[in-house]
Design a protein around this ligand. Sequence first.
Ligand SMILES: Cc1cc2nc3c(=O)[nH]c(=O)nc-3n(C[C@H](O)[C@H](O)[C@H](O)COP(=O)(O)O)c2cc1C
Length: 453
Amino acid sequence: MTFINTTFKALPYRSCISTDAVRMHPAAATMTIADNLASAHDIPDSADPLMALLHEGGLRPLRLGGRTLLPIVQGGMGVGVSAHRLAGSVAALGAMGTISSVDLRRHHPDLMERTRDLAPGAAATSRAKQDINAANLEALAREIRAARRCAGGRGLLAINVMRAVGEYAPSVTRALECGIDAVVVGAGLPLDLPELAQDHPDALLVPILSDARGVQLLVRKWERKRRLPDAIVIEHPRLAGGHLGAGKIADLADPRFDFENVIPQSLAFLRAAGIEKEIPLIAAGGIRRFEDIARVQALGAAAVQLGTPFAVTQECDAHPEFKRMLAEARDEDLVEFTSVAGLPARAVATRWLKGYLKAEAKLQGVAHVKPRCTLAFDCLAQCGLRDGLATWGQFCIDTQLAAALRGDVKRGLFFRGVGALPFGDQVRSVRELLARLLTRYEDSAPTPGVTAA
Ligand SMILES: Cc1cc2nc3c(=O)[nH]c(=O)nc-3n(C[C@H](O)[C@H](O)[C@H](O)COP(=O)(O)O)c2cc1C
């Protein structure tokens, strides 16, 4: 590949290691702090060289909440994959960084210790749930504080809360009280978000949707509440990692999700409603290089959101083995399945996932309502395992995602999006990733599959 643009220079750095948010699960804490120091987790003092790259490449900036940002959003990734270090690092470079709200206590050994013995015994259940949820809200506040320090007022900081999680409303409220810039909600229609955020009129509200019908429905419902989304993430279920916005696996490749369809259709609706300029669209799923960004901007998108490429950066808050698993996986190693949240999901077909899928029909055949959640805190509002929903997944998602976070390649569930990553199987810094995405290469074409199937 020929590197046309050579203006990106080394910058002065400052470190961004939090003092109050100790990293990771206790089992991995030693490694992670060492990893923090070894990778130096460096952040440039100025985001300007990236803006210069943006202008040279001819991509448009993202204008959001009165700010001019790089048109690149780091998507929220649970459990704990995008916490303060990743989100703060991305924001510090002038883009939008997103903390995932789910079970953040796993990054705080003191909070894990405090909740460790809350075994889900019948009498202890409601108390255990209350204490674990309180610990998670405390962790959320700590992570937001640390990310804000890290970002130093640059870029934009968001919290991602899945609509499907039990603590959706308290998490949104706590994040807003902590002064988060934006709330991003996926995995369900956040029709009640305007009410939840009514005391915080300056906070940006960003739903994640997948087709033009969803955009129309949500905007119409929000309009009645006198609120419009500040941006909308359009996530392609055939390409993205994690939970996917389609009803079932068979629908993932439906052309109505293709960026070529959903972006112009959504813009046409917004234009007809007279609000096109006010709501930037952010395309997510399988975005891997400059040409992918140029292509969706040509369709009318304002920006892109990436998950997997940010998950394999040095600054990502997960264990190095988590990053290795994602970086080394190829498209043929990925599998789609139905999660315990009842939604299709895409992940690396690890030993655990292959074994689970082999046993899935049997497990679904004996699905029944359990007296309590495996981990006592009911992470999901509706859970296929706990609630005995026979067509939904039958595993404890928090247990599996937490295993992935701490690098347990045997037991973990490793969500991943489709497509070869910008640096192949290498783990690089956020700065390098952003620079690469903003740079046009002479002989590269858009990532196959990013546009129509
Ligand atoms: C490991 C991982 C965890 C994710 N967790 C969440 C999540 O908690 N909430 C959410 O809305 N999206 C989640 N996503 C989706 C990302 O935010 C992003 O939209 C998506 O990954 C984009 O596709 P890409 O991975 O192909 O870039 C996750 C994705 C990955 C890879």
